[in-house]
Design a protein around this ligand. Structure first.
Ligand code: GLN
Length: 451
């Protein structure tokens, strides 16, 4: 009831939820009360969560923040949300996002912009929550949910977590099933928790994760007790600080937060090691070939024939064209165009194939670094949250925002963003921890020391 009240009071301004499921939530909460009094309740019994509107939820509209899926109601539940429900969670609504999870600001949603609950000191300019999981981040930061699901293809859990001062964990690729999650770039997409503490993220991830026969890339590896890793001793852990993330032009404030994180971990008994990931500089260019290529293929299904919005046309081709032109927003159309171009017969070798080769080199950088360190520590994003009107006009300028998050995605590494301090204008700044494949536990252990 408290969460539904808070949503009623604040969602009109924040627009964190596209759909609020207050009635179902109250029913589920009443059920949870019964389970609790009967004893032996699963870990998330009665916990109110927001669900990014990219996860299919049975009987509840699922839009991907796109006009083309504006009135799409799935007949099935995604594996991640089914796992959460089986753990007793109560869903209060579907959270806003950048259309099809393409973006870093939440400005591309067909359901309106999301407001970051934070403000600069003495300045009422509305700020972006980051993206693409910006609705989830805003909802958790403003206490409109105790936790929320996000998805991360190139930073969409970690960057909005940093902008809204919360915790965001992108698990190892394959840790959570992708089944029933609307696909953006299938070799990169990964679901994860967004919460106010690292311990909450650990509890929520344990409920979301696990092998699923319906996703062939889901890993058949046991899910450990993540919560037990919170507060674990860090003595003797080796923390790598990658030289290439010290980007030219990095603000003194961001550098200071990074130094502070290093000092905190040294204090906790870690050894700090300088490392090099030499192919980092190709990360963005490679990502912005591979992600649109996969997106153009995944989004081919939205043709107005089988499901979703339809615009009639005199011929089948015209029906496709009008449906896709009207149904997709500008950024999604841009990605489809870039993706089909880099996959086309004449350019495949020059762009897509080359990007795949560089992706292998980026992966090798991480493998080599993790021979000598246990975790990498970097900033999560180059800046704090910015105003709705301060977004760069040039899309390539905007893509630079993903510079610190994209490499871990390309290599499938797990990565955690933890809010570490405020900048001089009073906005949160986050640090990112990147770990070995399937070693989310070490991230949780180190992350809980940085909170
Ligand atoms: N900002 C990145 C993009 O626009 C990442 C998005 C994501 O992780 N879903 O592609």
């Amino acid at each position: 009831n408290a969460h539904v009240k808070a949503i009623d009071a604040l969602n009109g301004r924040l627009n964190a939820y596209i759909t609020v499921t207050a009635d179902q939530a109250k029913e589920a909460a009443a059920q949870a009360d019964k389970t609790l009094s009967a004893g032996d309740a699963p870990t998330l019994t009665g916990i109110p969560l927001g669900i990014k509107d990219l996860f299919c939820t049975k009987g509840v509209r699922t839009t991907a923040a796109s006009r083309i899926l504006g009135d799409f109601t799935p007949t099935y539940e995604s594996t991640v949300t089914a796992n959460l429900l089986a753990n007793g969670a109560v869903f209060v609504g579907k959270t806003n996002l950048d259309e099809f999870a393409m973006g870093s600001t939440n400005l591309t949603s067909a359901f309106g912009v999301v407001e970051n609950p934070w403000r600069r000191n003495g300045d009422d300019t509305p700020l972006v929550p980051g993206g693409s999981s910006g609705g989830s981040a805003a909802a958790v930061a403003a206490h409109l949910a105790m936790g929320a699901t996000g998805t991360d293809t190139g930073g969409s859990i970690r960057q909005p977590a940093a902008y809204c001062g919360i915790v965001g964990l992108k698990p190892t690729y394959g840790r959570c099933s992708r089944w029933g999650t609307i696909a953006f770039a299938s070799s990169l997409d990964q679901a994860g928790p967004m919460t106010r503490t690292v311990e909450d993220a650990a509890i929520m991830l344990a409920a979301m994760a696990g092998h699923d026969a319906k996703d062939s890339t889901s890993a058949n590896i046991a899910v450990p007790d993540y919560r037990a890793a919170c507060g674990r001793s860090l003595k003797g852990l080796r923390i790598g600080v990658p030289a290439e993330y010290r980007a030219p032009g990095m603000s003194a404030e961001l550098q200071a937060v990074w130094d502070r994180g290093v000092a905190m971990l040294r204090e906790a008994g870690c050894e700090i090691v300088d490392v090099s990931l030499p192919h980092t500089k190709y990360g963005l260019a490679t990502y912005y070939i591979i992600a649109p290529a996969e997106a153009s293929s995944n989004l081919a299904r939205y043709d107005g024939v089988r499901f979703g919005d339809r615009r009639e046309g005199a011929s089948l081709n015209e029906l496709y064209e009008r449906t896709r032109h009207d149904g997709f927003g500008e950024e999604v159309r841009r990605r489809v165009l870039v993706g089909t171009y880099v996959l086309s017969a004449g350019y495949y070798d020059a762009y897509y194939l080359r990007a795949q080769k560089i992706r292998t080199l980026i992966q090798r950088d991480f493998t080599q670094a993790f021979e000598s360190v246990d975790v990498l520590l970097t900033p999560t994003a180059p800046t704090a949250a910015f105003g709705h009107n301060e977004k760069p006009e040039d899309p390539v300028q905007m893509y630079l925002n993903d510079v610190f998050t994209v490499p871990a995605s390309m290599a499938g590494q797990p990565a955690l963003s933890v809010p570490v301090s405020l900048d001089s204008t009073g906005l949160p700044l986050g640090l990112q921890l990147i770990g070995r494949h399937f070693d989310e536990e070490t991230l949780i252990a180190v992350g809980s020391a940085l909170e």
